[in-house]
Ligand binder design. Structure first.
Ligand SMILES: Cc1cc2nc3c(=O)[nH]c(=O)nc-3n(C[C@H](O)[C@H](O)[C@H](O)COP(=O)(O)OP(=O)(O)OC[C@H]3O[C@@H](n4cnc5c(N)ncnc54)[C@H](O)[C@@H]3O)c2cc1C
Length: 388
């Protein structure tokens, strides 16, 4: 078995590394969960797209480079290693994009994919409701058909970047007599539609990163139905598979954080302030990131060979989200009192990124389906344990 990358893969990695080194903004962009930061991250997306680095695994016809999964994973490693800005359109390119390739009509793909890849249109996910989070099949927002239109009434919540996004992908109940996962449809909703009000909601760190969405007679044309009417659950499951599996959180993100953790430990050793008792924790986080990397390359090989990821994606989601918490908690323990500074604090220098990263890592076991739910899925569908 040959575990080395091919010459072509290494050349691709080097090209990505060189482009990133030449193009990363010299000053960090403002946080993307602010109106100003949202727009500066949109501009960055445009620059990536111009040189075809925005969606490397997509076909060339839609702005990509048509590369395989391994090249995409290498690109992600380079991206995070370089410290490039966060991707403001992740919900679009990583979640809705693959779903559009599978379920979209040609007209929908041509209409939405290029503008998604360039950042011209930024997407948000409108699924959760005040009484429906883990139990998504219980959603009650309605989309009742009137001729060529669906008329939406109801409320969505926790919509990341929903206050500024240009489009929303939503699941609504189009058959009012239906129950659970039947009678749902997947709609693409323009954020400036009449009858849709968006109210920003602050996150733990005070940034207005979420929105509540209120639909009151909001009309959405049938051309924006993704998949068949009443087929929304199947389409949504394809999106969740991307969300929990490879697409949302590639190992590059955690490898870069684990390297920063190791650097932090070395720096503290040099100035004599490292708590050597924490070495084991540093090593555990670092090897955890490496383990996730190799597991992901293994999965990529399986997927390329035609195997479906299926319920096993839940194991990946549990692993990366818990690794992220452990990694950031270790950094804060190493930093002691200084670890309490937020990124915006005057004396934080680069140390503040750890507290901001830690606060965000706490949400990893919640979003993309909570880890309790993922453990249920693993128990029932991977291990074949009986349902309670
Ligand atoms: C940072 C962040 C970003 C998000 N972005 C979006 C977004 O863009 N769009 C969107 O639609 N949603 C988004 N969400 C919402 C997210 O999908 C929900 O928070 C999540 O699905 C859980 O739903 P809930 O909050 O209603 O909790 P609940 O479903 O009410 O769960 C409460 C607790 O009970 C546990 N629980 C529930 N059912 C079971 C069970 N059967 N077995 C064991 N334990 C159970 C859960 O694990 C959890 O601990 C985001 C959340 C976060 C934290």
């Amino acid at each position: 078995m040959d575990l080395d990358f091919t010459r072509h893969q290494l050349a691709f990695r080097d090209e990505a590394r060189a482009w990133l080194a030449d193009n990363i903004p010299t000053d960090p962009l403002p946080p993307m969960d602010t109106p100003e930061g949202f727009e500066s991250h949109r501009e960055w997306e445009g620059l990536l797209y111009e040189d075809r680095w925005s969606v490397v695994a997509w076909p060339e016809s839609h702005g990509g480079r048509d590369v395989g999964l391994v090249e995409w994973l290498l690109f992600e490693e380079e991206y995070y290693r370089s410290g490039a800005p966060g991707r403001v359109n992740t919900n679009g390119i990583s979640l809705l994009g693959p779903t559009l390739f599978t379920f979209g009509t040609e007209a929908q793909q041509d209409r939405f994919l290029p503008r998604m890849a360039s950042g011209e249109e930024i997407w948000a996910q409108g699924w959760s409701e005040p009484d429906s989070g883990s139990d998504l099949a219980s959603i009650s927002t309605r989309g009742i058909r009137e001729g060529e239109w669906f008329v939406l009434d109801g409320q969505k919540t926790w919509c990341s970047r929903g206050a500024w996004a240009d489009w929303l992908f939503c699941i609504v109940r189009t058959d009012p007599e239906s129950e659970r996962h039947r009678g749902l449809s997947y709609l693409l909703v323009p954020a400036d539609a009449d009858g849709l009000e968006r109210r920003p909601v602050e996150r733990l760190d005070g940034e207005p990163a979420f929105a509540d969405l209120f639909f009151d007679g909001c009309r959405v044309h049938e051309s924006n139905l993704l998949g068949g009417e009443g087929e929304g659950w199947n389409v949504a499951m394809a999106t969740t598979s991307s969300e929990r599996g490879l697409n949302l959180r590639a190992p590059g993100r955690f490898l870069a954080a684990a390297d920063r953790l190791a650097d932090l430990y070395r720096e503290l050793l040099e100035d004599g302030s490292a708590d050597r008792d924490l070495l084991d924790e540093v090593v555990r986080s670092w090897t955890g990131a490496q383990a996730y990397r190799w597991q992901t390359y293994r999965t990529a090989a399986q997927l390329s060979g035609g195997t479906e990821l299926g319920a096993a994606s839940s194991m990946m989601k549990i692993f990366w989200s818990e690794l992220d918490v452990e990694l950031h908690a270790t950094a804060l323990r190493l930093l002691g009192g200084r670890g309490e500074l937020m990124a915006a604090a005057p004396d934080a220098v680069d140390v503040g990124a750890w507290m901001s990263g830690y606060l965000f890592s706490l949400s990893g076991p919640i979003y993309a389906g909570t880890n309790e739910i993922q453990r249920n899925i693993v128990a029932e569908r991977v291990l074949g344990l009986p349902r309670k």
